[in-house]
Design a protein around this ligand. Structure first.
Ligand SMILES: C[S@@+](CC[C@H](N)C(=O)[O-])C[C@H]1O[C@@H](n2cnc3c(N)ncnc32)[C@H](O)[C@@H]1O
Ligand code: SF4
Length: 345
């Protein structure tokens, strides 16, 4: 098995193939205080990236034929120009995604964002039990976040929009045992896509929130089959971006791979297709790897993506990958594995 010809050359030369997705951090401000997150704990000054400066970056990305821009934060809906930025990208035929906690968005803003041509809205909800979600996010946010989901689904349906709504759920100690009921709850309000994410360490250890081996076993053998059944009946797509897996995933790939050691066998294709741009213009490969590749305020994006640092990084993204951070990779299945299957003959 080998990569198709058009990709093979860039793979071998460690050069960018094409720019699929670029993630842009618009602000480090946030209105929640999630236990799992380091954004609000930072002592850095609060910054909102200036509209004109983001537009410059978007124009450059458009020239490079980027397919999708992911606006993230902090909390992107606090950025005063979020709807205009989506509209600007839409006019350039660049697809957009936002990731939001859904906590403090007025009905008007949800409508503006969706009607500006947003293609994917990702809302983070950690439990269908209000006390658990509220405890995890540090505020009484549950009702507002659920209202945002319901309102967004309603606007999408009544305006016949192409926007996809995806729910992100980080799996941890307090929620793993009842995630089947969580999926049922979301099915009842009309959600069609859910992604379970592995908890990753940020700048401090997450050990007290993390599942132990017996929790993982319980999740995989008891909870997950129930989730899959509910998902099938309700026509919901579930993504399990989890590194533990007691069930081989042969059914997914036919490649006899196991998620525990996936990157021993397949490359991480992210650095051949993606970059993440931080608030200060620093470019890094993805959310988990903080290696600084360059800065958009000092060099052009085209120079950055083909500079020696990124080439070197690609070299170490071929199997077997030994980077500690990649264990909790959020691109494991719904990007890297999918793309790998697409690219091999
Ligand atoms: C950093 S947040 C920023 C966007 C927005 N404020 C939100 O919460 O959706 C992006 C995503 O990362 C997830 N996240 C935050 N901390 C995490 C951690 N320690 N491990 C895994 N995912 C995490 C959030 O649940 C959210 O879905
Ligand atoms: S809402 Fe998002 S950015 Fe804010 S603290 Fe929670 S995970 Fe972090």
């Amino acid at each position: 098995m080998s990569f198709n010809k058009s990709f093979l050359k860039s793979y071998e030369n460690n050069e960018l193939h094409n720019l699929d997705k670029v993630s842009i951090k618009l602000t480090n401000d946030c209105n929640l205080r999630c236990e799992k997150c380091d954004v609000w704990r930072s002592k850095d000054d609060i910054i909102y990236w200036k509209y004109e400066d983001i537009i410059k970056v978007i124009n450059e990305l458009c020239f490079l034929k980027v397919k999708r821009i992911i606006f993230t934060g902090g909390e992107v809906t606090m950025h005063p120009h979020i709807a205009q930025l989506i509209l600007f990208c839409n006019n350039l035929k660049i697809k957009t995604t936002i990731i939001t906690n859904g906590y403090n968005i007025s009905e008007q803003l949800i409508e503006n964002i969706l009607l500006s041509g947003l293609r994917q809205m990702i809302v983070s909800l950690d439990s269908h039990i209000d006390q658990i979600h509220n405890k995890m996010v540090g505020k009484k946010a549950f009702n507002r976040t659920v209202n945002t989901i319901v309102r967004a689904l309603d606007i999408i349906q009544s305006n016949d929009l192409k926007t996809k709504l995806l729910i992100n759920c980080v799996v941890f100690k307090n929620n793993f045992s009842h995630l089947d009921d969580y999926v049922l709850f979301l099915a009842k309000i009309g959600v069609k896509e859910i992604r379970f994410l592995e908890l990753h360490d940020v700048d401090f250890s997450m050990d007290k929130l993390r599942l132990n081996r017996s929790d993982e076993y319980f999740f995989d053998t008891i909870v997950r089959p129930k989730i899959d059944k509910i998902a099938k009946v309700n026509n919901i797509t579930i993504w399990y971006n989890l590194s533990f897996d007691f069930n081989p995933i042969n059914h997914l790939t036919g490649l006899n791979l196991n998620l525990n050691n996936l990157y021993k066998h397949i490359p991480c294709l992210v650095p051949w297709h993606n970059i993440k741009i931080n608030l200060n213009g620093e470019v890094q490969p993805c959310c988990l790897i903080k290696t600084k590749i360059g800065n958009v305020n000092k060099s052009s994006i085209i120079d950055i993506i083909n500079n020696s640092s990124y080439k070197q990084f690609r070299k170490y993204s071929k199997p077997p990958i030994n980077r500690r951070q990649c264990k909790n990779c959020t691109y494991k299945i719904d990007y890297n594995l999918e793309k790998y299957i697409e690219l091999i003959d």
